[in-house]
Design a protein around this ligand. Sequence first.
Ligand SMILES: Cc1cc2nc3c(=O)[nH]c(=O)nc-3n(C[C@H](O)[C@H](O)[C@H](O)COP(=O)(O)OP(=O)(O)OC[C@H]3O[C@@H](n4cnc5c(N)ncnc54)[C@H](O)[C@@H]3O)c2cc1C
Length: 373
Amino acid sequence: MKHLVLLGAGHAHVQVLKRYNELIRHGALPPKITLITPHPRQLYSGMVPGYVAGHYALEQCVIALEPLLAGSSIRWLQDSVAALDAANNRVTLDDGSVLDFDWLSVNTGAVQDRQRLELLMPGVREHGLFVRPIEAFGTLWPRVVALAQSQALRLAVVGGGAAGIELAMAVRHRLPGAAVTLLTGGALAANYPAAAQARVMEALKNRQITVLPDSASRFTEGEVMLASGARLVCDVPLIATGAQAPGWLQSSGLALDAQGFVAVDACLRSTSHPHVFAAGDVSSRVDRPIARSGVYAVRAGAALANNLNAALSGQALKAHQPPVHTLNLLSCGDRQAVASWGPFSAQGRWVWWLKDRIDRGFIRRYQLPDHQG
Ligand SMILES: Cc1cc2nc3c(=O)[nH]c(=O)nc-3n(C[C@H](O)[C@H](O)[C@H](O)COP(=O)(O)OP(=O)(O)OC[C@H]3O[C@@H](n4cnc5c(N)ncnc54)[C@H](O)[C@@H]3O)c2cc1C
């Protein structure tokens, strides 16, 4: 029997797991499947700002793996991949064990490369609170809330992308007594149209968040040095800078793009190793650029499940064609949100309501015990 190994339980793989679970329950003969991922749940990043703001408990923002594996023969190894040898069909795990595969699918997401960031911003490893891995951030956040009970905190969010913006406003809502600064490095919501950028800027201003178009250059105890030479007093620097490709891909033998992400074709298949697939933030389409976002990772899930199934049964693969524009919803902390779709944007409580519905709906798809039927 062929062995399919799934690396990571990201947004696409939870759909692959659900699909295989359903096929198994309907009597299909599945391949031997092993899932390698370090946590028994997937913390859904889209709801993390709502968790930070205090709208959700952590448990409401997670997709538990257990229901996706229950009643199936899918084996779960609670570990992380440390190395991949694509030519010899082998992965090495953090605990040193080695696993052979016939087919491989990678959905491990992007990382915040501590080593690289330390070179750019000395002291960040010791003093920064990183938003990735998101599971670790989710666990550590209550400590910041507890700290805020005993002192008036000064928080700096480093990163002017969607995550940094949403987190700054979420922190403001949760910790009304804290001083919140957003360091954008000169680019605020750079991937958004001008109208949405203006709405975001206004929203930050209205919430008394200091927006500095400056970059962090060094971190020490209680202080962030800025590229301009200024110093910012700061108790908690929250690091929401862009994410990088995982380092273990470098020696994998897989074709990678210039930033080190797995190069895949329109069928989500490695351009160098046809028995390897990749989806979500860890991958990079060679035929057309696709933004790294949870929205696109989710959309890749059904196509990945179809193509893995087709490849393993010797059928033709189908190209995955995600839409050019997606609906992006940025929460503003206080149950308000900004929406953008292509050049259009809007904001208000109704946008938050919509985001809340979409996010809860996504989680619910994996929580319902419909596999027990
Ligand atoms: C605070 C925050 C808010 C965000 N909000 C949004 C939003 O509202 N909308 C949006 O579109 N995007 C949002 N994003 C971006 C979004 O999180 C990512 O684009 C998305 O998570 C990518 O999904 P993925 O499936 O590729 O990987 P991930 O969601 O990162 O999943 C990776 C999986 O692989 C596992 N894994 C990691 N390393 C290994 C390893 N070495 N071995 C085995 N398993 C491993 C992880 O545990 C996890 O299960 C946000 C990001 C952050 C930080």
